[in-house]
Each structure stands twice: as C-alpha cells, then as structure tokens.
Design a binder for this molecule. Structure first.
Ligand SMILES: [Ca+2]
Length: 434
C-alpha cells in the first residue's frame, strides 16, 4: 500500500514537471542595450529588431539638459516649456517597444554623457528653481516620461559629481514615477553617496566595463553599491575592437556571482554587424550567462537547413539566419504538410524551441502558423514527435520541453495559417539547450 502510494506520488510529480512551458530563469536577469540615433531615427524596423531580440531593457541614449532646462535628445529638441516637441513618430515607435509580442519590458532614458554639462546644468537649475512642480526640470521630465514611456532615468554623470543636486534630481524623478539607475565608470565615492541617499529608489547599477571603465571589477562595485551590479561591454566596433557575443557570454559567466544581468553598448555599432554578432546573438549571450548552463547562443543559428519546398529567394536558410527583418523567412507553398529540417552537425541536448511566425516579421498575424510540431531524429530519416502546438495565434512560439538529444530537428507544419492561405512563413526556428 505504501509502495503504491509512493509510486502514485512520483507519477504525479513527473506529470506536473512535464506540463507546459516553464518560465526560464533568463526572464529574471537584466539584459539591456543602449542606443543613440537608431533608437529614434531608425524607424519601426529598429523597434522590431529590438522587440524580437531577447533584450528586456532598452536604454535611450542620451538626453541632455540645456542651461534653460530644455531637453535635447542628442541633436534634437524634445521637451521645452513642459511639452514634448519632438517628432511624433518617435512616440509611436517607443510605445510599440513594450507592446506584445516583445521581449522588451522596460525603457530607460540615459541623462548625461562624457563631455556634456548636463549635470552641471541640473545643479544650476535646482539652485535657481528647485524641483517643485513649477520648476522647468519637473515639467520637462514629466513630458519626457509621457513621450517615451520610460520606466527609469539612468544617471550618466561623468563630470559634475555633485551629490546634493544629483540626489535632489533623483528624488524629483521618483516623484514623477521613474526609477533611478546609476551608470558609473569611476569616482566610487560619489556614486556610493548618491546610492546611500536615494536608497531603494535606485534599483539598478549599470557598471561600465569598457573604455574608461575597462578595468572595473563587478565584485568590487557590488561591495561599493550594496547590491549586484549589471556589467556592460562594448560590442564589436571600429573604435576599441570590442567584444564578440561569445566573449560577452564568457565574461558575464565569470562575473555572474556579483551581477544581476548585463548590458551592451552600443546598438549604433551592433546594427552594422553580421551573424553571429547580431542583436539577438548579444541578447542570447547575456541571457544564457544567467540561465543556468544554457548554450551561449541559439544552437540552430546558421546551421544547415533544408525543406520539402520553398519559394524563390525565401530559402530554408532564412529560417536560421538570426534575422526577422527584411523578409528574412522561409516560405513554402507546397500542397499538404510542409517541413523544415535543421542539421545541427552533431547531437545536442535541447530543452527549448522558439518559432518566429509571420507576425514576428511584420506581416499579418493571420498568417501565423496554426498547427505544427517539433520532431527529432538521429539519422535525418526516422522522426519522433517532441512537442505539438495546436491553434497557435501568437507571433512567437516559445516552448520549454524535457531535454532530448538530437542531431536533426524538424519543424513539421500541418496548418500553416489562421485562414485558407496555404503558405507557411517561418522567420526563425531557434533551438536552445546544452
Ligand atoms: Ca530569418
């Protein structure tokens, strides 16, 4: 009797563990990306790249504070006299960032930068007007929040280092509903004072570990700040050389015990890179460092893909190229079932799969794949069903499964769209594991 009860309990536990997709630990760590001009001038395609990337935080860089309190986004006046006066298209774009389907959960605006008098101007404005609701600082940062949807203001003071005005400014931001994040690269005593006085209003510390901050130790700064930090690295670039996605993964893995995530500098450089250093590759490099031994990147990326048919130019390889922009999809109009096979070259243990459908590439969501399954094979000819999805409507399918070993993986589509349209459109098939 006892034995039967025990086996029943074990069976129940096994069943529970097999039900449904499970949340990945990566959701809890920070993966942030800074961007300049492309974050407002690059149009919706840049927003779509970010939304599908895996980054959970987008930091708009950089808002400057003029001596009269005007707010300038790099070279463009955006807030004046308490109103947003920038391009209305940018507001629409930023609003789309956190609109499903997306991996972006948080937007920040970075204030200050090297060689700018922003925090000096903030200090003078606070001395003359304070931070009350009639002050120009208060009114313009209220307008900025409404326009950008920003959840936090990131302090990138690299010259003023005045504790009292930084704290007053931080308290004003909190009153407006912002969180405050700090972005130090040096002068730890200043940042320690600001952190101590603002307390839990500071919920993130982005530690620059590139350029002037290249020698920074996350564990040392964790001690200074009294909280885990988020180390940042510069992607491959023409100025400093920079880190590949693979190198980012290695460094963050080494810093994991003192880090709450990682950030990348700078999208303006990253957007020029090719696989395996595209936006999604860097996001994967960060997320996988914090998700418990997952591979550093999408295992299927740039592997050999074949299919039972495809439309001219929309080849199977487009489903494993890491891109969801510029019509980068495999499309099949074959009659009947359609399949896409990826040869991984060697066997991997896989525990998660992701499919990016028509909507993820900017096409109508009525073309999102409705019924499909994932199959595995060791020889490329005998297939076993691993996971089945029915009645999908989402742009992105993200499923966790019990780990399985396979060299060949097949996406097998039985109903390609929500309508009578009979074409399958797959922008990306991604595989993760160990
Ligand atoms: Ca693609």
């Amino acid at each position: 009797m006892k034995r039967k009860l025990l086996s029943l309990i074990i069976t129940c536990l096994l069943l529970v563990s097999m039900i449904g997709p499970t949340a990945s630990a990566a959701d809890e760590s920070v993966s942030a990306i800074f961007g300049g001009g492309p974050f407002y001038q690059g149009g919706q395609s840049v927003m779509n790249d970010l939304k599908a990337s895996g980054f959970n935080t987008v930091i708009i860089w950089s808002v400057h504070v003029n001596a009269n309190g005007d707010l300038v986004l790099n070279d463009s006046l955006v807030c004046s006299n308490g109103s947003y006066v920038g391009n209305s298209a940018w507001v629409t774009q930023w609003a789309s960032l956190k609109t499903a389907p997306t991996t972006v959960k948080r937007i920040e605006v970075s204030v200050g930068a090297w060689g700018c008098a922003d925090f000096e101007n903030i200090k003078s404005l606070i001395a003359s007007q304070g931070t009350g609701s009639n002050s120009i600082l208060y009114k313009n940062f209220a307008a900025l929040k409404q326009a950008t949807g920003a959840d936090a203001i990131d302090f990138d003071d690299e010259s003023c280092y005045d504790v009292a005005s930084a704290v007053s400014f931080g308290q004003m931001c909190v009153g407006l509903g912002y969180k405050v994040t700090l972005c130090p690269y040096t002068n730890s005593s200043f940042w320690i004072s600001v952190k101590n006085q603002l307390g839990s209003s500071v919920d993130r510390v982005y530690l620059q570990c590139y350029a002037g901050g290249a020698g920074n130790s996350p564990s040392t700064w964790m001690g200074y700040m009294g909280m885990k930090v988020i180390p940042g690295l510069w992607c491959i670039n023409n100025s400093s050389g920079g880190d590949s996605a693979s190198s980012v993964n290695t460094k963050l893995t080494n810093w994991k015990s003192s880090s709450a995530g990682g950030f990348m500098w700078l999208y303006d450089d990253m957007m020029k890179l090719a696989s395996p250093n595209k936006t999604a590759d860097y996001a994967n490099a960060i997320n996988s460092a914090f998700s418990g031994g997952q591979t550093s990147t999408n295992i299927a990326l740039n592997k050999t893909a074949t299919a039972n048919s495809y439309v001219t130019g929309e080849t199977p390889s487009k489903a494993v190229d890491g891109s969801v922009t510029n019509n980068s999809k495999w499309c099949s109009t074959a009659s009947g079932d359609k399949w896409l096979t990826v040869d991984l070259g060697t066997a991997y243990n896989i525990n998660r799969w992701v499919v990016k459908h028509a909507g993820a590439g900017g096409e109508t969501t009525s073309w999102n794949t409705k019924n499909f399954k994932l199959q595995a094979s060791s020889n490329g000819s005998t297939w076993t069903d691993v996971d089945t999805v029915t009645n999908n409507t989402a742009n992105i399918t993200d499923r966790s499964v019990s780990s399985f070993s396979a060299r060949y993986v097949r996406l097998y589509i039985t109903t390609p769209t929500q309508t009578t349209d009979s074409a399958a459109r797959i922008y990306e098939l991604e595989l993760y594991g160990q």
